[in-house]
Design a protein around this ligand. Structure first.
Ligand code: FAD
Length: 455
């Protein structure tokens, strides 16, 4: 049975960053990744399913010791287009101060994860891939720096013991849910259950006809498929390849959707929510009616998980605190740091992983709940408030809001002044957003609070 200072479950951006920071802080750290096969990686690695767009200020939020290397970045992006059923607006600024010179970039997620893994290994972390963690138990222990000893059992029965446990097992929370249940009476499985707390995301890597490919903008369609924060997207990658995908709630009952006929990508004959591949086909058909999807947008089969296609859940819940008094931190997608509104989550996974790893290596993980809020709290409140604001939006609401934002942008930007000058709708939208943010003051956006745990 090998003993480590810090054991990390999951080797995605959250887990690799935790291992990296722990090793930089001088800890003996191990990252355990169950291993997922992908067409765009040799050998097993983390899951790495991602539309892989990074905004300018997210780069600052990651607070990496060095920039993201060039071989990871596919292309710089100049802005994002938001399309409603009839309205659209293109934003060329995130309106948040940032040091990255462009709006953002599209990147190769498998290479991003491999780079983080390499950095973690270079710093001295042991990164084990190929065997998942099956179970974790905890025991109070005077001899452990955290006051607890955590025993991890891998799929082959191997045991690993650690003073600190960092859970970076992503939105499926294969280990996180059970661990948290040992420390709280809060209904963890209810709050974090995959079908309730997650969306499903599906995407295809497709080659576009050159005349249709716009390398400058990420494109999102709002109000064209039903479901809270459900939307398709096109993200330009390298060459004329784009990721075409969508995210939507799991198990949405079509019978519960009012005014179904107003959603552009639904058909009268649908008796259930169409699968992701069907939505992608309908999006391409609707946007480019003169083209044939199979002939003109071929799948790029050596990308994605298999055959140019991939699917994975996205956490769409509010973030949770951790039982850090027991030497445990939950980071990234597992803690619900991913935005339910726009699904951006790599930056907060990296940042929360780094915070947990460095606090554990310094023997002060108790500070984790305070420190993650200090680092990403503003971003999380913004995203949670936006997700709430658009709850129950109909296609007409999307059109109205996108039209309002377009008028604001035409008046010079997105702020109070522009909102007021965009008329009644602008002022109302701005006021509702501020109200939501106010409702979440004093950490009220947290799904399970630190005080809900007994350690
Ligand atoms: C289709 C899609 C598009 C997205 N687009 C964007 C985007 O454009 N920009 C952005 O910033 N974010 C995006 N996200 C969100 C982003 O991918 C996540 O927020 C991010 O992956 C979270 O990182 P993580 O390390 O916390 O978790 P994950 O990346 O989910 O990593 C968790 C890892 O844990 C491993 N694991 C799970 N259980 C075990 C176990 N028991 N033992 C060992 N290993 C285990 C898994 O194999 C996985 O590799 C997207 C997500 C999806 C699915």
């Amino acid at each position: 049975m090998k003993r480590f200072d810090v054991a990390v479950v999951g080797g995605g951006p959250g887990g690799a960053s935790a291992g990296w920071a722990a090793a930089r802080g001088g800890a003996d750290a191990v990252v355990i990744e169950k291993g997922v096969p992908r067409a765009d990686r040799e050998g097993l690695g983390p899951d790495s399913t991602d539309a892989a767009g990074m905004l300018d200020y997210w780069v600052d939020m990651m607070a990496l010791p060095e920039g993201v290397p060039e071989h990871v970045i596919l292309r710089d992006i100049e802005g994002a287009a938001f399309r409603g059923p009839t309205e659209s607006v293109t934003l060329e600024s995130t309106s948040i101060p940032a040091s990255y010179p462009n709006f953002g970039f599209a990147f190769h997620r498998a290479r991003f994860d491999d780079w983080l893994r390499e950095e973690a290994e270079t710093a001295g972390t042991e990164y084990r891939v190929g065997l998942g963690v099956r179970d974790v138990t905890h025991e109070k222990s005077a001899g452990s720096e955290s006051g607890y000893t955590h025993t991890l059992t891998l799929r082959d029965g191997t045991e690993i013991v650690a003073d600190y446990l960092i859970l970076a097992d992503g939105p499926q929370r294969t280990i996180t849910t059970g661990v948290l249940e040992s420390f709280t009476d809060a209904p963890v499985a209810d709050l974090l259950g995959s079908r309730r707390a997650n969306h499903i995301a599906y995407q295809e890597h497709r080659e576009f006809p050159e005349e249709l490919f716009d390398p400058r903008y990420l494109a999102f369609w709002w109000g064209v498929i039903p479901g809270h924060t459900a939307y398709p997207w096109i993200f330009p990658n390298d060459g004329t390849v784009a990721r075409v995908g969508l995210t939507m709630p799991i198990d949405l009952d079509l019978d519960s959707v009012p005014d179904r006929e107003t959603y552009r990508l639904l058909r009268p004959e649908d008796d259930r929510v169409p699968p992701g591949r069907e939505y992608v086909r309908r999006l391409l058909d609707a946007e480019y009616p003169a083209y044939d999807v199979d002939r003109d947008f071929p799948l790029v089969e050596d990308r994605g998980k298999r055959g140019g296609v991939e699917s994975y859940p996205i956490s769409s819940t509010r973030p949770i605190d951790s039982p850090c008094g027991a030497g445990i931190a939950v980071v990234g997608g597992a803690m619900g740091a991913t935005s339910a509104f726009h699904e951006g989550g790599d930056h907060v996974a990296v940042r929360t992983g780094k915070i947990a790893g460095s606090l554990a290596s310094a023997g002060v993980l108790e500070a984790y709940n305070r420190e993650w809020k200090r680092a990403i709290g503003t971003e999380v409140i913004r995203n949670v408030a936006f997700a709430d604001l658009v709850r129950d939006f109909s296609p007409a609401d999307w059109d109205r809001s996108i039209g309002t934002v377009r008028r604001m942008v035409n008046r010079g930007g997105i702020g109070l002044r522009e909102a007021l000058s965009a008329g009644y709708d602008g002022a109302r939208l701005f006021a509702r957003y501020k109200r939501r943010k106010f409702d979440y003051r004093d950490d009220r956006y947290v799904g399970i609070a630190g005080s809900d745990y007994s350690v």
